[in-house]
Design a protein. Structure first.
Length: 159
C-alpha cells in the first residue's frame, strides 16, 4: 500500500535523499540546495509530498509559488522510483499536491519538462495539462505546461 503525505521538518533528510535521487536520474543541472528544500518544507505557500510504501520513500513532488502570476503555482520534482512506476504513485502524489494547492488558493499550476521525458509528457497530458508559453528561465526545459486547478478528487494506488 502506498501512502502520500505532506513532508514536515522531521522528514528533511528523507526529502534531501529523494530529491538528490531525482536530480541524478533526470540529470538536473540547476539544483535546489538544502536551504531551498528547507523553505519548501516551512512555508505554507509551497511544500513537498512524499510517497511511501511499507518500508521506504518511493516518490516525491514539490509545490512552490509562482510569483509571476497571481494565484499560480509551479509543480517541480515529480519523481517515482523505477520499481514503483505504473501503479498510480505519480497520480497519488499529484492529486495530493493539486488538492492542497487548490485549497490554499492557487487556481492554475505550471510545470516544465524536457522533450526526452516522454513518459512524463504523456502523464501530464493524460492529467489535462496543456502546452503553454515559456514561463521561466530553466535552461534545460524544452516544454512548458499549465492546467486550471479543481477541487481535489482522491484516487487510490493499485498495488
Amino acid at each position: 500500500m502506498i501512502k502520500v503525505h505532506r513532508a514536515i521538518n522531521e522528514d528533511f533528510a528523507s526529502v534531501c535523499t529523494i530529491i538528490e535521487e531525482y536530480f541524478n536520474a533526470i540529470g538536473v543541472l540547476i539544483r535546489d540546495d538544502h536551504n531551498q528544500l528547507r523553505v519548501y518544507l516551512e512555508e505554507n505557500a509551497g511544500g513537498v509530498w512524499l510517497a511511501l510504501d511499507e518500508v521506504s520513500i518511493v516518490g516525491c513532488v514539490v509545490l512552490r509559488p509562482l510569483t509571476t502570476e497571481p494565484e499560480a503555482c509551479e509543480i517541480k520534482r515529480l519523481y517515482v522510483k523505477e520499481p514503483h512506476r505504473g501503479i498510480g504513485v505519480a497520480d497519488a502524489l499529484l492529486d495530493a499536491l493539486e488538492g492542497y494547492a487548490y485549497e490554499y488558493g492557487y487556481r492554475v499550476a505550471y510545470l516544465d519538462t524536457k522533450d526526452d521525458l516522454q513518459a512524463a509528457l504523456r502523464f501530464y497530458e493524460r492529467r489535462g495539462y496543456q502546452e503553454c508559453e515559456r514561463y521561466n528561465e530553466n535552461p534545460q526545459a524544452t516544454r512548458f505546461m499549465r492546467q486550471q486547478l479543481k477541487p481535489s478528487v482522491q484516487l487510490s494506488c493499485k498495488q
